[in-house]
Design a protein around this ligand. Structure first.
Ligand code: NDP
Length: 503
């Protein structure tokens, strides 16, 4: 142990006694003037900040990203400008629907959020371990998340709420198929891939732009739990993935991921079979072969969980020159929602918290004050712009290339709902092995066992539309009338809902 240090209060006064409260007489009562006791209790009472409404349970680590291929023809981002260049990162993995104390092995997508501390400011990529998502319009997000949380009446998790929503939201079928495969229960955070899921824009120093998707492929290999293994782990060690990540880094077994990018020119995107701004779809590898771009390595554990992991705030709108957003509606919604959440949880100065602070390009602007402003708050410099007293000024140039936008302002439904079943079917037919399919069916049948009949019927028709065998096997597992499921698959979603309402 290092040299003894005197305990001090938060305002720096040496503490004389930290074991006995100040009392009137030996047996009390306690005196109000015990300011040390009052300070200690009142700080304790305020130890918890609001937990994240999604992704509440997580684990994180520090590391670096290294560029392994020249991508300067696609992006001018400084941190991607040279082969061999390394950039500090902080990564947080998480589950989505559970509370802060929930089990790591629950069936759920996993968050895979990366903060790159670049010389041009922080770049955040808040991705998941799945390449797609359940919905593609942010207006549906709070409803969807409510179905993943607790029933308002019973305060219990409710498969009925989840399947009710999914069966009324057919575009969810692709992500539902991934979630109920064994990829919905990764063995650890180290043994899963990370995806941007959204399409982003890269642009170079000639202002040419490209549409891109990120794939961080685990170098540890993908490993998953089966449904029964995951259930067992939830009871045996609810923190198993948090523990695994910490212990691996502690013993010097640093996890890494290879970054592969899919890249399309705007012209290729125009002719592409899939809507590249629809987050319920992937870009098939055969049509857009990924190129290897870099390596992500995690080699340092946090020293203090609250300071570095709980207070870490990732924001998809933290972008650097050379990287921009796409019109993907879900991404557009997240540009608002993440920042807004951090304002609620951590306050307006959350970017001054060390883990969130840009390390190599400090903020320099005319924003001032607010709760927990803990730096010099701009000192004596002017707090308005334009001014004639300071030399802080905008660069004075266009920030990124224009993209053409057109159409009347309206609330548009997605144009090609029939496509929603194709990729889920391809995954079932072409990518999954026999044992993957067996796990998928067993996981779904187990989870749906107690939901009302009308929801089972509607959802099985959706499975059937993805793949006839898929729909038949789930229907069989649930003991449903397969002929009726087939008939429901032949009518529109609107008709299906009407026809099942009284079941
Ligand atoms: P490919 O055969 O080229 O790629 C299949 C991909 O599926 C691989 O990246 C593989 O990841 C991943 N995969 C394997 N098993 C599962 C599973 N149980 N759940 C989810 N993903 C899995 O095919 P395509 O690119 O033509 O895509 C076919 C289907 O594969 C898609 O409809 C989609 O569902 C799925 N997929 C596609 C991705 C893409 O970006 N194109 C990414 C991930 C999934 P790995 O190599 O790491 O094992």
């Amino acid at each position: 142990m290092s040299k003894k240090e005197t305990m001090k209060s938060t305002f720096g006064r040496p503490v004389g006694n930290d074991q006995n409260s100040l009392t009137a007489g030996e047996r009390g009562p306690v005196l109000m003037q015990d300011v040390h006791l009052l300070e200690k209790l009142s700080h304790f009472d305020r130890e918890r900040i609001p937990e994240r409404v999604v992704h509440a349970k997580g684990a994180g680590a520090h590391g670096y990203f290294e560029v392994t291929a020249d991508v300067t023809k696609y992006t001018k981002a400084a941190f991607l400008s040279q082969v061999g260049k390394k950039t500090d990162v902080f990564v947080r993995f998480s589950t989505v629907g559970g509370e802060k104390g929930s089990a790591d092995a629950e069936r759920d997508p996993r968050g895979f959020a990366i903060k790159f501390y670049t010389e041009e400011g922080n770049y955040d990529l808040a991705g998941n371990n799945t390449p797609v998502f359940f919905i593609r319009d942010p207006l549906k997000f709070p409803d969807f998340i409510h179905t993943q949380k607790r029933d308002p009446a019973t305060n219990l998790k409710s498969p009925t709420m989840a399947w009710d929503f999914w069966s009324l939201t057919p575009e969810s079928i692709h992500q539902v198929t991934i979630l109920f495969s064994d990829r919905g229960t990764p063995a650890t955070y180290r043994h899963m891939n990370g995806y941007s899921s959204h399409t982003f824009k890269w642009y170079n120093d000639k202002d040419e732009y490209f549409w891109v998707q990120y794939h961080f492929k685990t170098d540890q290999g993908v490993e998953n739990f089966t449904g029964p293994q995951a259930k067992e782990m939830c009871g045996k060690d609810p923190d198993h993935a948090t523990r695994d990540l910490f212990r691996a880094i502690e013993r010097g077994d640093y996890p890494s991921w290879t970054l592969e990018m899919q890249i399309l020119t705007p012209e290729q995107a125009e002719e592409f079979e899939w809507d590249i701004f629809d987050i319920t779809k992937v870009w098939p590898h055969s049509q857009v072969p990924p190129i290897t771009v870099g390596k992500l390595v995690l080699d340092r554990n946090p020293e203090n969980y609250f300071a570095e992991v709980e207070q870490a705030a990732f924001n998809p709108s933290n972008l650097v020159p050379g990287i921009g957003v796409s019109p993907d509606k879900m991404l557009q919604g997240r540009l608002f929602s993440y920042h807004d959440t951090h304002l609620h949880r951590l306050g307006p100065n959350y970017n001054l918290i060390p883990v969130n602070q840009p390390k190599h390009s400090m903020q320099m602007n005319h924003q001032r004050d607010g709760a927990m402003r803990v730096d010099d708050n701009g000192g004596g410099r002017p707090n308005y712009w334009p001014n004639s007293f300071s030399n802080i000024q905008p660069e004075g140039k266009n920030e990124e290339p224009d993209i053409p936008l057109h159409g009347a302002g309206s609330r548009y439904e997605f144009a090609h709902p029939n496509n929603d079943f194709v990729q889920a079917g391809n995954l079932y037919r072409q990518v999954m092995t026999d044992s993957d399919r067996d796990s998928l069916i067993a996981n779904i049948v187990g989870h749906m066992a107690d939901v009302p009949l009308r929801i089972k019927m509607r959802q099985c028709a959706i499975f059937y539309l993805a793949d006839a065998e898929y729909g038949e096997r789930v229907a069989h597992g649930l003991g449903l009338d397969i002929g009726h499921v087939k008939r429901l698959a032949e009518i529109t979603q609107e008709q299906r809902v009407a026809e099942t309402v009284d079941l």
